[in-house]
Design a protein around this ligand. Structure first.
Ligand code: NDP
Length: 288
């Protein structure tokens, strides 16, 4: 039976750490504020927005929504992002993606000021994941993986980590962050040969493929810690991860569940980034 690495204790600890920082900002007359920019009414965007608002409210972080119709032109989105950049009362911004097909997403992402890029979507933020220092923040999901591993004191130095999935949102940045922690990282993808053998070799496994329950018993062995980043719906419409929980749980040492695992930590990491951005704005105002 695996130990369940649930997100709640991590979320609670982050909330405790943020409380005095948010109070200090309040004493300086600053309410940390997160802009949420959304185009259209995609159910997963709406669901994430509800979760983010609830979490923000519970922490004392303000949310400033910018909602555009799904068919709004590129210029309208860019105007909203310009407004976010220019408004000193906004410290962080979440731009929901994927954006509608007629939008040039790369161009839109690059418009966001890196100091407000609390989810690591600009090239400047991503560059800072690959180098030490720099502006911006790592993508929240990648940072959430490290937050959870550290919370549960999972050793990383010298350990073999297999990351399945190489997107810029999860796989690539988390690999770089693990490398910086002196893990030996194997970054896998859809062309990786003998994926099950590679994953079974690892001490820590991060599954981020977006393939419902693809990681069955053959991928695992005793002694492993498994993080399931996937948020998928199976054919019956049930929420599930990339890991086949029922098959993996009797084998591995520790495993994150879906739901109640990493997803909830991701939201808190975005809030923590927003507070850090607000502190940075207080220390060095944009216009000053
Ligand atoms: P992408 O679709 O952008 O990337 C998926 C990656 O998985 C690609 O690199 C792809 O390889 C790889 N892949 C797909 N199929 C296989 C396979 N059969 N074997 C090995 N590798 C495979 O997804 P994201 O990174 O955006 O998201 C991944 C999952 O994480 C999704 O379920 C998503 O919902 C979830 N997610 C969860 C978040 C959270 O907060 N918990 C936040 C963001 C995402 P290739 O590059 O070769 O195509």
């Amino acid at each position: 039976m695996a130990t369940l690495l649930t997100g709640k204790p991590v979320v609670d600890r982050l909330a405790q750490e943020l409380a005095p920082r948010i109070e200090a900002l309040g004493r300086a007359g600053i309410a940390p504020t997160l802009a949420i920019v959304r185009m259209g009414e995609r159910p997963d965007d709406l669901s994430y927005e509800r979760t983010a608002k609830k979490r923000a409210e519970s922490l004392g972080i303000a949310v400033h929504p910018f909602v555009l119709p799904e068919d709004a032109p590129q210029e309208a989105l860019e105007a909203a992002l310009d407004e976010v950049n220019a408004d000193d009362s906004i410290h962080g911004c979440l731009l929901f993606r994927p954006l509608p097909a007629h939008i040039d997403e790369a161009r839109a992402c690059e418009l966001l000021a890196p100091r407000k890029d609390v989810d690591g979507i600009t090239l400047a933020s991503l560059a800072s994941v690959f180098t030490d220092g720099g502006t911006g923040f790592p993508p929240s999901t990648a940072a959430a993986c490290l937050e959870l591993l550290d919370h549960y004191e999972v050793p990383l130095e010298g350990k073999r980590v297999a990351v399945a999935g190489r997107s810029l949102v999860v796989g690539k940045p988390v690999s770089m962050m693990l490398l910086r922690r002196n893990a030996t990282v194997t970054l896998c993808h859809s062309r990786t040969e003998n994926l099950a053998d590679v994953v079974r070799e690892a001490d820590v496994v991060i599954c981020a493929t977006g393939r419902a329950r693809m990681f069955g018993a053959e991928f695992f062995r005793p002694g492993q810690t498994v993080l399931d980043v996937g948020i998928n719906f199976d054919a019956e419409g049930n929420l599930c991860g990339d890991v086949d929980f029922d098959q993996a749980e009797p084998i591995v040492d520790a495993l994150t569940p879906v739901p109640r695992g990493l997803g909830t930590v991701t939201t808190s990491v975005t809030m923590a980034h927003t507070v850090t951005a607000a502190e940075a704005a207080l220390a060095a105002p944009a216009g000053g």
